[in-house]
Ligand binder design. Structure first.
Ligand code: GDP
Ligand code: GDP
Length: 455
């Protein structure tokens, strides 16, 4: 029985939920060279996130955390973008469309010293289809004198152009104020009806596990891989590949290929790059070499995925090399080394022979479905009530904290908050998480459980 002081505090729950809500996303799109990267750097208040002496690395599409007037959001730098273009450019267009699909607000950047081009006009059409709020950024307005260049961009029909100099910072404050106004005020709910682009997959793993071999296997003849063209400011890094007859956006395939031939970049940069790919993805396939012992480097990459809160599929590659003996040893290694992630989905594949590669798509779907699963509050709490009755918290110092109520504060990955009368033993929290997983099928996804003691 709950006494009245144990009543669930809805306001506190909502506050808590807000802490967990994913930051809204601002996508920056526009033709090459209009100043998107400069603007992104201006917004995040940094010169460059990653600088490396390899052409292309700093041009990759990346997401950054940003903040303005106390409001946090994520800003996504897209590659340059030309609609209706073929091959390379078409990939970038797909990438930009994907960015728009996942964004809450779009910054459409135009070079005001050039004016609106045909490409800009067709971009406007795509942006309209996207149905997201669009702010028109008239960039390179470095002085008062150039304000009239911005005014000319009214013709694009996107409303008032924001005159900005990304390079010098002029006008960027006003732009950011407008961005905040356009952001959704509430935490975005997962909207099942929302049409979306291909799901974003990161294919990661330590060197030589077979990432590029698997990429080639998946992409087949029509490799949707794009060569970076020397001297261009555009580095298309992602590819659309077909897995199980469906399109998937494979993040940073350029990086995969780059790692193959030239061993460019240090391990440090490889690791940054892996991290960036995981961040940009919804689900990660961590590729392991089944013929070799699970290594520390494998573990580090798995940890990156878990800490980033992405859905996870473990693919044991080179299965063609696995004999009876190795299979038995691997089973033991998995028990020992991967005990912390018993929920990870596993597939045994061979990039060389093509074995079981068709098992990847169902595994990705399962992981993503669970990653996005929302448990209705009523269902969650009737289950929880029974659980804590059957197995109450152990008594400490004559008292035992009680779990009063739970709510799912978010998805992608699922996040739960337990409201309690006092702090819980970590062991008990893990117990609840384990039971939660058993009950509500969270295979393939991290799950966060936090505790909110009543104060
Ligand atoms: P992106 O390809 O759209 O990402 O464009 P970049 O950010 O790489 O910028 C392309 C070029 O435009 C670079 O040489 C920038 O220095 C320059 N640029 C960017 N913003 C401004 C600006 O506000 N004023 C001026 N004069 N140049 C800018
Ligand atoms: P990456 O560094 O992860 O991209 O790995 P690669 O794709 O370059 O592969 C490293 C090596 O493993 C190459 O010699 C491949 O031919 C080999 N390899 C990749 N996949 C398989 C597989 O499924 N079976 C076998 N036997 N060898 C493989």
């Amino acid at each position: 029985d709950l006494d009245s002081s144990d009543e669930f505090d809805l306001e506190a729950a909502e506050e808590e939920a807000e802490d967990f809500a994913p930051a809204p996303v601002v996508a920056v799109v526009g033709r090459p060279n209009v100043g998107k990267s400069t603007l992104v750097n201006r917004i995040i208040g940094r010169r460059q996130a990653v600088v490396e002496d390899v052409p292309g690395v700093t041009r990759d599409r990346v997401a950054y955390d940003a903040q303005w007037s106390g409001r946090r959001f994520t800003v996504v730098d897209t590659g340059g973008w030309e609609p209706d273009a073929k091959d390379r450019a078409a990939r970038i267009a797909a990438q930009a469309e994907n960015a728009v699909a996942t964004a809450d607000v779009v910054l459409f950047v135009v070079d005001s010293t050039v004016g609106a081009t045909d490409v800009d006009e067709s971009a406007v059409k795509m942006l309209r289809r996207g149905g997201k709020p669009v702010l028109l950024v008239a960039n390179k307005v470095d002085s008062d004198r150039q304000e009239s260049d911005a005014t000319a961009l009214w013709s694009l029909g996107l409303g008032e152009p924001y005159p900005v100099s990304a390079l010098h910072g002029r006008g960027s404050g006003d732009l950011l104020d407008a961005v905040l106004e356009a952001l959704p005020t509430e935490a975005p709910r997962d909207d099942v009806d929302k049409p979306r682009g291909p799901r974003r997959v990161a294919l990661v793993g330590r060197p030589n596990v077979g990432k590029s071999s698997l990429l080639n296997r998946l992409a087949g003849e029509e490799r949707a891989v794009v060569d970076s063209v020397a001297g261009t400011t555009v580095d298309p890094v992602d590819s659309i590949v077909q897995i199980g007859g469906e399109d998937w956006l494979l993040i940073d395939t350029a990086g995969l290929r780059r790692r193959v031939g030239q061993s460019s970049g240090t391990e440090y940069y490889a690791s940054l790059r892996t991290n960036a790919a995981i961040d940009a993805a919804e689900v990660a396939v961590v590729l392991l070499d089944a013929a070799e012992p699970i290594s520390e480097q494998d573990q580090r990459i798995i940890t990156m995925v878990v800490e980033a809160g992405r859905a996870l599929v473990l693919a044991f590659n080179k299965w063609d090399l696995v004999d009876e003996d190795r299979r038995e040893r691997l089973a033991k290694e998995i028990d020992r080394e991967l005990r912390r992630i018993p929920w990870a989905l596993r597939v045994n594949v061979s990039a060389r022979t093509g074995r079981a590669v068709d098992k990847l798509a169902p595994a990705l779907h399962t992981a993503l479905d669970n990653w996005e699963r929302r448990v209705p509050t009523g269902q969650l709490n009737s289950w929880l009530t029974a659980l804590v009755q059957a197995t109450p918290h152990p008594i400490r110092g004559g008292k035992a904290p009680r779990v009063l109520f739970a709510t799912q504060a978010g998805t992608s990955p699922p996040k739960f908050v337990l409201f309690t009368t006092g702090p819980l033993d970590p062991g008990y929290v893990r117990f609840v998480e384990r039971k939660l997983r058993d009950e509500f099928s969270f295979e393939g996804t991290p799950v966060h459980v936090s505790v909110k003691p009543r104060t």
